[in-house]
Design a protein. Structure first.
Length: 184
């Protein structure tokens, strides 16, 4: 068990801020505890260990933890009509959070880190396609290319892969080539 006050002193933040963060980590399943005393769950320990060695695998572990979190449901509902500016989604999600206005943006960042949301090149966020929804498609789909292949597939086919399959494919590819994803 660790106390919120100990964490606050270590990271030089207020105890209330740290307690709110630790509560959030508890809702996701990384920590157990209450009343200022917390400990890591098995999932939290696994995430900390894996993430330090392989950021992508760490993100996949987070994805599983966020799958049923209230913020995932709220974000997907808010993005049903397509991508929005990250700040707009943060304001929407902030309605369920405490008074600090930055917490909504922090939540968006965690959802992106957990592969629940994706950012496009314009800074907008969108939810990946749910293959269980008939007719679902990625926002702003790219046209097919002239047939050049990447990882044995054309760009359109790669673009249409479900997120989990694409992440697994990229992970396998980097492992096969011995590429360290965290190296500069």
């Amino acid at each position: 068990m660790i106390k919120s006050a100990q964490v606050a002193a270590e990271v030089h933040l207020g105890t209330e801020t740290v307690t709110e963060c630790l509560r959030f980590f508890g809702t996701v399943g990384l920590l157990d505890g209450a009343r200022g005393r917390y400990s890591a769950t098995e999932a939290g320990l696994a995430w900390a260990e894996v993430r330090s060695e392989d950021h992508t695998r760490g993100r996949l572990l987070l994805h599983g933890l966020f799958k049923d979190h209230w913020s995932t449901r709220a974000a997907r509902a808010a993005l049903a009509d397509g991508p929005v500016e990250a700040e707009a989604l943060a304001q929407h999600l902030q309605q369920g959070l405490s008074s600090n206005p930055r917490r909504g943006m922090y939540l968006v960042e965690w959802l992106v880190e957990a592969l629940v949301l994706h950012r496009d090149r314009f800074g907008r966020v969108h939810a990946p396609v749910d293959e269980n929804i008939p007719g679902a498609q990625m926002p702003n789909p790219r046209p097919p290319t002239d047939g050049n292949l990447i990882l044995g597939m054309n760009v359109q086919r790669l673009h249409n892969l479900p997120t989990a399959k694409l992440v697994a494919l990229l992970g396998t590819y980097t492992d096969m080539l011995g590429i360290d994803a965290d190296a500069p």
